[in-house]
Design a protein around this ligand. Sequence first.
Ligand code: THU
Length: 157
Amino acid sequence: MSTFSFNYSTVNKASLTPQYATLLLRAEEALLLSYSPYSRFRVGAALLLANGSYRLGANQENASYPAGICAERAAIAGINPLNPEHKIVAIAITYSTEGHFDSPVAPCGICRQVLLEIEHAQQSAIEIYLSSPSGRVLKIDTAEHLLPFHFSKGNLD
Ligand code: THU
């Protein structure tokens, strides 16, 4: 029997550097970009890039449901993962909804796959901050940990 395990930590927001505190705030700001008339579940994502800039994205839904896109991929669509300036250092994701508030949001399977592709392309890990409206934040060190036994470019080489 083999076991896969990974570490995650609960983030004490007071101990964040200004750059990371801003990252979390920018994810909240991204909620304003959400177009989610169907689910009424707003998701905001903020990327911290290697050049110190932030990029925002929010979920964009559509009457043709599968045409919608998640916040994480909306943010990622604006960068080139092969540009060293655009290397993603960290992503913060948050949400707002009428119901539950305390569980940090977890990226969907497709977004995990996309984050992992970028990690491989940029050859460095992406720190992932999962946030909740109540203020709970979890940190995961790499997309690799969100998607064990993944399919990747290596399978096609
Ligand atoms: N959603 C995201 O934007 N990111 C995720 O990782 C999970 C789900 C969006 C898609 C849809 O607009 C809404 O949340 C409900 O599924």
